[in-house]
Structures are given as structure tokens and as C-alpha cells.
Design a protein around this ligand. Structure first.
Ligand code: URA
Length: 433
């Protein structure tokens, strides 16, 4: 029987836990034998002292063993691909990538997460859709990927329950931005659901957890590639810009609308670029036997001929949701953020926009908080755009006047308007391997 206090002390003092100790800690926490406050203290010790490679492997294995696993590839007799992001502001990529990849004939089965501190979560976004069920049984998950070609589910009491609990705890205890905890959280979900190949979107910049630099992103990418290799899962990491919000919309239902527009070919340029990059990588990794250029061509064709939109609608219906955009909740108030002077947007801070959205009610401050799916921010103007005094920079979708006023101030402060355009670069900063 482990003494949890001793494990917290050892980690706090820079020591290493054995595989068995990590496993007992994680499984004890999952069963409810180790209380939240002790696990939160251990995570904080990890925040300051890190985990060794061995501990990271043990943590990932324990999270996978905390529930059932599915060999989706074997069940379907196909190579199954998946994608995951390390978390960003306005990051609705999976919602667009899933239907496009499925429309190209490649099965896409994915386990997502909820919002994590200032970054939104795919499950919260999907729950904006009336009726949509994120909790499927393992059998339902497998049948849906087989029959519909696409399913996105949450961690459950059956599938990676340790990540479900730890994720919710990290969200509200300032213990999100730790590479080994992020790597094990993401890869445990990918491995437990039997993905054969995964594209990971590792965010870099102001809105990435911990304002991750390119160097830190490379370390995180290597950790996830290593965890994937041990489990026989191919991993490609895209390192992408998260200095400003992705696309225009930030907030759950608002992001669903933008993802649907993008699947239909009407998305914002930066978001469309990332979606197409991720689709091309996934199709090149799949069993279609095509290269990146052909993957990109097929993804573009699925958008242009409407088959991606049809795949989206089939998927949403299969999980009980109403795909009609008019069914999504809307906020009672919309207020505008206006440019205070003429100039060029030299910066739009992703973190500040993410926090402003969370404060509007789109994210959680405590584990028990519920989410307002209707609220959020639409950034009408992004980095590099020329503006005149009085132009609309952004729109705030709010539940009440007081929260709208606070968000207007916060989003205005996130915009920097200068004289010169900032140096231009695309959304994709690097690809590993
Ligand atoms: N996504 C996850 O699933 N886990 C993390 O820790 C961060 C992003």
C-alpha cells in the first residue's frame, strides 16, 4: 500500500517514483482512494520538478490501464487515423478535419477532451449542439466508426477514466502546462482507442499552454512521438502558430458555426490552411496509399463537392445531435469592440482572448462550473490587417451587459495597433518527423 504523502514529498524534492508507485497513485486516484487534493499537490510537484522519461511512460501506461481499451483498427480491418491538439484558443480543427477525412473514405475515431484553462475543448463545443452525446459505450464507438466513418467521444468510466479525472483536476489547479502531463494525457487517449496513426497539432506561442516556445514544443513533440512509437502508433507533429486565436470564432457554439462554414469552403484563411494541412497529413498516413499532395487535393475536393458537409451531418445525427445551425444557442447580447485609431494590427494576444471568453462563461473556473455554450468572441480583424478608427475589431457575444463590458475592455487590450505590418508567416511553423 503506497503512502501518498511520501510520493508527493519525493516528487516535490526532485526524486523519482517507481513504475509501481506511479501506477498505484493513478489507479488509486481513479478509484477515488486518492483524494483530489493529494493528486493536485502531486501535479503541482510535477509542475516544478518534472517527470523522468520512465515516469512518463509509467503514467501513460497506468492511464491506459485505468479503463478498457479498443483496437479500432482490428475491429474495422482498416488503418484508423486520429488527430489531437495540445490546446489553443479558437481551436476547432478536429470538428472540420473529422468530416473531411471521413468523406475521403478514411475512418476517423477520436477521443477528445473538454476545455482546459483558457483553451476550449472539442467535447464542450460539441455539446453546444442540442442532443449531441459525447459519452458512447465502447461498442457504440466502434459501430459508429464502422458505419458512419466518424465518431468523436469523451473519456468515460470505461475508456481512460484516469485522464477524465486528472484532466478536470488540472484544468482548475494551474497544472495544465507541463509537457509530460500533456504528453501522457494525449497519448493515453490515442493509444487506448487503438489509433494506428496520429497527427498531433502542437501549439506554439502566447495562447499555447505555458506560452510554449518552438523549442519547448519540439521537446513535447518528441515525448509524444516516443510514447507513440512504444505503442506501435505512427505520430506526425505539426508545430503551429498560437500567438493569435485560430480563425475568428472563440466560444463553443460560435466555433461550431465556423467549423461548419469551413467544411463548406467558407472558413477563415488561417483556419482553412491548418485544416487542409492536417487533412493532407492524415490522408497520407492512412491506408489509401497516397502522398501529401494527393491528400490535399482529395480534401479540397471533399469540401468543394459537399461530401464533407454531408459527412458532418451524418456524424452529428449518429451521435443524437441536430446538425442544423439554427438549433445552436445564441447569446442575448452582441457588443462591438472598435478600433481606437488608424493603423495596422501588430498583435492580437491569444491568451487574453481565451481568458476573456472563459470569463464570459465559455469555460470553467471550478470543476463544478457549467458552461454557457452561446457566449464567446468573434475576432473580425486579425494580425496584419489595416484598420481605421471606429472599425469593428471584434464582437462579444455575452449573457449580460456587465460581462459584455468587461470582455470589450479585455479584448480591446488584446489588440495592439501599430504603424507597420508585423512580419508575415503561415500557420505551420514546422513538421516533426
Ligand atoms: N489535450 C489533452 O488531451 N490533454 C492535455 O493535457 C492537453 C491537451
Amino acid at each position: 500500500m503506497i503512502r501518498v504523502t511520501e510520493l508527493i514529498e519525493r516528487k516535490r524534492d526532485g526524486g523519482e517514483l517507481s513504475d509501481g508507485e506511479v501506477s498505484e497513485l493513478v489507479l488509486g486516484f481513479t478509484r477515488g482512494d486518492v483524494p483530489d487534493y493529494q493528486m493536485a499537490a502531486w501535479c503541482m510537484a510535477v509542475y516544478f520538478c518534472g517527470l523522468t522519461g520512465r515516469e512518463t511512460h509509467a503514467l501513460t501506461d497506468a492511464m491506459i490501464r485505468s479503463g478498457d481499451t479498443v483496437d479500432l483498427g482490428a475491429a474495422l480491418g482498416r488503418k484508423v487515423v486520429d488527430k489531437h491538439s495540445t490546446g489553443g484558443v479558437g481551436d476547432k480543427t478536429s470538428l472540420a478535419v473529422g468530416p473531411i477525412v471521413a468523406a475521403c473514405g478514411v475512418p476517423f475515431g477520436k477521443m477528445s477532451g473538454r476545455g482546459l484553462s483558457h483553451s476550449g475543448g472539442t467535447l464542450d463545443k460539441l455539446e453546444s449542439i442540442p442532443g449531441f452525446r459525447v459519452e458512447l459505450s465502447v461498442d457504440e464507438f466502434v459501430s459508429q466508426v464502422r458505419d458512419v466513418g466518424l465518431a468523436i467521444v469523451g473519456q468515460t468510466a470505461d475508456l481512460v477514466p484516469a485522464d477524465m479525472k486528472l484532466y478536470a483536476l488540472r484544468d482548475v489547479t494551474a497544472t495544465v502546462e507541463i509537457n509530460p502531463l500533456i504528453a501522457s494525457s494525449i497519448m493515453s487517449k490515442k493509444i487506448a482507442t487503438g489509433a494506428d496513426a496520429v497527427v498531433l497539432d502542437v501549439k506554439v506561442g502566447d495562447g499555447a499552454h505555458g506560452k510554449r516556445t518552438l523549442d519547448v514544443a519540439r521537446v513535447l513533440a518528441e515525448q509524444m512521438i516516443d510514447l507513440g512509437e512504444r505503442a506501435g502508433c505512427e505520430v506526425v507533429c505539426l508545430l503551429t502558430d498560437m500567438d493569435q486565436p485560430l480563425g475568428a470564432a472563440v466560444g463553443n457554439a460560435l466555433e461550431i458555426r465556423e467549423a461548419v462554414d469551413t467544411i463548406a469552403g467558407r472558413g477563415p484563411a488561417d483556419f482553412t490552411e491548418l485544416v487542409m494541412d492536417a487533412c493532407a497529413q492524415l490522408l497520407a498516413l492512412s491506408d489509401l496509399g497516397i502522398d501529401l499532395a494527393e491528400g490535399r487535393r482529395r480534401a479540397g475536393a471533399a469540401v468543394a463537392d459537399g461530401s464533407a458537409t454531408a459527412a458532418y451531418e451524418r456524424w452529428i445525427r449518429a451521435q443524437g445531435g441536430d446538425p442544423d445551425l439554427s438549433a445552436l444557442p445564441t447569446a442575448p447580447l452582441v457588443r462591438e469592440v472598435l478600433a481606437p485609431r488608424d493603423g495596422v494590427v501588430s498583435r492580437l494576444g491569444a491568451l487574453a482572448v481565451g481568458i476573456a471568453s472563459l470569463e464570459l462563461g465559455a469555460g470553467r473556473r471550478t470543476k463544478e462550473d457549467s458552461i454557457d455554450h452561446a457566449v464567446g468572441i468573434v475576432c473580425r480583424v486579425k494580425r496584419g490587417a489595416a484598420v481605421a478608427k471606429g472599425d469593428v475589431l471584434a464582437q462579444i457575444h455575452a449573457a449580460d451587459e456587465a460581462s459584455a463590458v468587461r470582455a470589450v475592455d479585455a479584448v480591446l487590450a488584446a489588440y495592439e495597433i501599430g504603424e507597420e505590418p508585423p512580419p508575415e508567416h503561415g500557420i505551420l511553423l514546422d513538421v516533426i518527423p
